[in-house]
Design a protein around this ligand. Structure first.
Ligand code: C5P
Length: 395
């Protein structure tokens, strides 16, 4: 699996940098093309010559060349990479990446790559547990970075705690997993819906809901990163439009229904993460409704159930936001809408609330299998859902 893969090994300035020599050696022996990129402080801990000898390749360092967007080699390297792994990653590098700061050759390379990025933190236990570092790691996870480690054990300071670089074999295992996942949806067409629909009352008002669109956008991005051809049908959100996919903007449930019907032609899977309004005003006023009377009654009618009504031979995944009897209600929806899988979440749980960056969900598949996932970032939830989708598509 590692044969001929281009792996950028980023090394930053921590005492665990010496362990990266073992990683470089093992990856090279496994047949990978290991391109080492070192920060200046990493070169204080271990010599670039060590890596040049182990990998048989030139080592890119910050020592001779100031980092610049125009230094071509690392951009070419970033484009050629199948995966980037930063081991060890210091708190400083993690902070820079989380903030999008590219003042060294390694951070420039990471910003310029489309390949998946694995980060193996190693640092003092207090630095690791500091909420600033934890926030930065959460940001990276939310952007699809994979974090491996750190582990508990003896640290360079002599203290014992969480902060040791993950075992080299564990890092290699993660690289294999990420490479495997990176293309497991290639050639597959996936339609994702996102956001909350808006049902007009008059030209300036609508009935909406609190969906942020974050879960659906994370789904679409995760599917794209795993090689799928993605169509995203989205209701209005305040999120930036994701790159590398076809995006169709709609407002109402009826518009979403039409867009989904068109998008699913030849699709392999439809993932309906959108919060579709259940009711829409029966009549939409042509002019802005004036506040003349002390009360106003709106007559509402049901919207189409897009997921239940959509036709075609593709996998159907629905979401169920529940405030009571989560599993039982979600199972009922799975049956009623003839789904292959439903993703249920308890919206009374603050971690799963609309708008949050995390989600705690239960995956229920047609065969009755129930998976209670822990609290994860929405991106991680998306990947766990896609792991199942990949399995179902194979089946
Ligand atoms: O029935 P309920 O609204 O709880 O079902 C949720 C699932 O059904 C979600 O996947 C949602 O996107 C989808 N849905 C739909 N059309 C509707 C309402 C919900 O496709 N009118």
């Amino acid at each position: 699996m590692l044969t001929d893969k281009t792996i950028i090994l980023g090394i930053t300035g921590g005492i665990a940098a010496y362990k990266a020599a073992d990683l470089a050696s093992k990856l090279t022996q496994a047949g990978a093309k290991v391109e080492v990129v070192m920060t200046k402080s990493a070169t204080e801990f271990i010599s670039p010559l060590t890596f040049r000898s182990l990998t048989g390749r030139l080592v890119v360092t910050d020592m001779f060349e100031p980092a610049s967007e125009f230094s071509i080699e690392h951009i070419a390297l970033a484009e050629a990479a199948d995966v980037v792994v930063i081991a060890p990653a210091t708190a400083n590098t993690i902070a820079k990446l989380a903030g999008g700061i590219a003042d060294n050759i390694l951070c420039c390379t990471v910003l310029a790559t489309k390949a998946p990025v694995i980060v193996a933190p190693a640092m003092n236990v207090n630095m690791y547990q500091n909420s600033i570092t934890q926030d930065n790691l959460a940001k990276l996870k939310a952007r699809g970075f994979t974090i491996v480690g750190p582990e508990y054990g003896r640290l360079a300071s002599g203290k014992v705690g969480l902060g040791r670089l993950a075992e080299i074999d564990k890092i290699i295992g993660t690289i294999k997993q990420v490479l495997d996942r990176n293309s497991d949806l290639s050639g597959k067409r996936i339609v994702v819906t996102a956001g909350g629909t808006q049902e007009p009352i008059d030209p300036v008002r609508h009935i909406g809901n609190r969906s942020s669109g974050k879960m659906g956008y994370a789904m679409a991005e995760a599917a794209r990163d795993r090689g799928a051809e993605v169509k995203l049908v989205t209701a209005p959100t305040s999120l930036p439009e994701p790159a590398g996919m076809e995006v169709v903007h709609i407002k109402t449930a009826a518009e979403m229904k039409r867009a989904v019907a068109k998008a699913v032609a030849q699709a392999d899977a439809l993932i309906m993460a959108a919060a579709v309004a259940d009711y829409q005003p029966k009549n939409v006023a042509k002019a802005k409704i004036k506040k003349k009377s002390p009360s106003l009654t709106l007559e509402l009618i049901r919207t189409p159930d897009i997921l239940a009504e959509v036709k075609g031979n593709f996998l159907k995944v629905g979401f169920a936001a529940e405030s009571e009897d989560m599993v039982a209600n979600a199972k009922q929806k799975l049956e009623k809408k003839k789904l292959d899988m439903i993703v249920a979440n308890d919206i009374t749980d603050k971690d799963s609330a609309f708008g949050s960056d995390t989600n705690k969900v239960t995956l229920i598949s047609r065969d009755g299998k129930i998976d209670n996932l822990p609290l994860l970032t929405k991106r991680e939830v998306a990947d766990r859902i896609l792991d199942k989708v990949v399995g179902l598509l194979k089946g």
